[in-house]
Design a protein around this ligand. Sequence first.
Ligand code: AMP
Length: 207
Amino acid sequence: MYLVFLGAPGAGKGTQATRVCEKYNIPHISTGDILRANIKEGTPLGVEAKKFIDKGLLVPDEVVIGLVKQRLGEKDCQKGYLLDGFPRTIEQAQALSEFADITNAINIQVDEKLVVDRIAGRRMCKCGESYHISWYDKDTCAKCESKLYQRDDDKEETVKSRLEVYKKQTAPLIEYYEKKGVLSNVDGSQSMDKVFEDIVRILDDND
Ligand code: AMP
């Protein structure tokens, strides 16, 4: 099972990816998480990536492609993986096709208004859990009790440019994977459980 998750920022990719990876026991590879970990550790990659992330822009292709290629070469990726947030450009997708055979691209569809609301109310934990203020009113994580925070790039000014970048550079991937015959669309405006159910049905049907 070699999966790609597509969808605008705030579509629910991260939340669904975590659940799918738990169910099928495959590694969850989120380029956003890898870049944020590098920023936190102050690595040269993190210092470079931060300049782009803070503006809501994409980190250059060659940087993320190298990162993903290396990660997919690790042993735990041999039997499958889920890519969350990669590819984000046609160039990245083309590069990926040279070292990976994607079996499913799941596109989580949500309209723009919903996405803005979801991002504005999103709160994160360092353990990877994410919450929304509409259904979670505590400021500590239910799993590990750490303090929740808002991602810097979830602030309003940055969200606008992330959405523009998505429309221009990432949305064309929907057609790219449709032409390859591996695309499935899921209605991401449904409840988290229903979205998960739909994704599982698609993946189990393909077995
Ligand atoms: P995410 O957590 O997937 O929303 O990613 C957060 C930010 O990290 C994005 O807005 C980009 O600046 C950067 N990023 C993550 N994945 C990629 C990628 N595949 N290509 C370029 N930049 C990326």
